[in-house]
Write a protein that binds this ligand. Structure first.
Ligand code: ADP
Ligand code: VHF
Length: 370
């Protein structure tokens, strides 16, 4: 069986699925929230739930749903107006999902998360417990970014990444990204009618030459954010299907629609996944060329001898970015010392340090290259 067929089968038989629906599939600038489309999506999701799968919905569309009630004619650019639109629109969005699933006597729970929640292990665990309990009680969780409190620096920026993190959080077996495009093309099909459809992506090489363009009038991340979310999910061992929201019924029933992304078989451990994708970095360690070769090339632990400078006020246990001599980020890792302690150890070989300072600065198990 080819990897693509395997992936399709894995998605069709997944016990637990995260279904993410983009703004472009739920809202329009002129018409706001399209409840007809929302009903069709709820029908497809309910059918899959009736067949025994647990589904978590990640729904965009708050900003789009809030434009018309506030008299706004286009998606705002500034954060405060976007947040105001999201606060109005989220109410309408959650209500619409509640009404739509209510046709099946299915209860809906709203879960609003920020990137910071994903980065803090305690918040992360609470979100996990809430989602798990909603599932156990037979309710469907409808997740969105908590737009009114997310700051510019902490924003997920788009819900594709949020959906991939939620898929990891709930231990999902599949992630389905539904948009206004029916899959991945070699270029943006809205701009290039000759763009070729790509039915399956098994490895990063399959993306060579693909131009991942920006989104539509209401979407945020465009195709680039979907590809990076697919990579994130693949790291967590979760296969991904990217399809059109209009094909939701077929996508959730294992039909031959959309583009599949094969998950890597040797998934990252939960800790390394968190280090690479979820945690915020609190500082930077600048490495010399030898240290870059050791940690990125040979997967060794990072020792103080290879660090030339530190930036930031991090504490021991925080995640920091590792930079090569040109300043490019080459990895991330959990640092074993705080910034002041480490500042005094720079460039020193381990044998010259006091015994309590001889453990690696970043242990190989806590280090990921990027
Ligand atoms: N290589 C590509 N393949 C498919 N679609 C692409 C590509 N590059 C850009 N796009 C555009 O990305 C859009 C989907 O992204 P976006 O508007 O952010 O959707 P959503 O709101 O569902 O997250 C599509 O409408 C499509 O025009
Ligand atoms: N959280 C916001 C923005 C999310 C967003 O636009 O993402 P997407 O349409 O998935 O690219 C909203 O609900 O409008």
């Amino acid at each position: 069986m080819s990897a693509g067929v395997d992936t399709r089968h894995a998605i069709a038989s997944a016990r637990s699925i995260v279904v993410k629906i983009g703004s472009s599939a739920l809202t329009s600038v002129a018409g706001g929230l399209d409840t007809g489309r929302l009903d069709a999506l709820a029908d497809a999701i309910e059918t899959r739930m009736q067949a025994g799968s647990d589904v978590v919905v990640v729904s965009s569309g708050a900003v789009g749903a809030g434009l018309a009630p506030l008299g706004l004619r286009r998606r705002p650019q500034d954060l405060a107006t976007k947040q105001a639109a999201a606060s109005v629109g989220q109410l309408a969005l959650a209500h619409a999902w509640g009404t739509s699933f209510g046709r099946y006597q299915r209860t809906v729970g709203q879960v609003l998360l920020t990137a910071e929640d994903m980065a803090r292990r305690s918040n992360h665990r609470n979100a996990q417990r809430t989602l798990d309990r909603l599932r156990a009680l037979g309710a469907v969780a409808v997740v969105n970014e908590n737009d009114t409190v997310a700051t510019a620096e902490l924003r997920f920026g788009d819900n594709d990444r949020l959906a991939a993190l939620v898929a990891h959080l709930v231990g999902a077996d599949a992630l389905v990204l539904l948009s206004d495009v029916d899959g991945l093309y070699s270029g943006d099909p809205r701009k290039d009618p000759a763009a070729q459809f790509i039915p399956q992506v098994d490895s990063p090489e399959d993306l060579d030459g693909v131009i991942a363009g920006s989104g539509g009038a209401l979407g945020t991340g465009g195709m680039a954010s979907k590809l990076s979310a697919a990579r994130l999910a693949a790291d967590a061992g979760v296969p991904v299907l990217l399809a059109a929201a209009a094909d939701a019924a077929s996508a959730l029933a294992g039909g031959a629609v959309g583009t599949t992304f094969t998950a890597r078989p040797n998934r990252l451990s939960a800790r390394r996944f968190w280090v690479r994708h979820a945690a915020d970095t609190r500082g930077d360690l600048h490495l010399d060329a030898g240290a870059v070769r050791a940690v990125v090339g040979r997967r060794h632990s990072l020792l103080s001898a290879g660090i030339t400078a530190v930036d930031g006020g991090f504490d021991a246990g925080d995640v920091v970015a590792l930079r090569d001599p040109s300043g490019a980020v080459v990895g991330r890792g959990v640092v074993a010392y705080d910034a002041i302690e480490l500042g005094a150890m720079l460039g020193q070989s381990t044998g010259n340090l006091a015994p309590e300072l001889q453990r690696p600065v970043v242990h190989a198990d806590d280090l990921v290259s990027v």
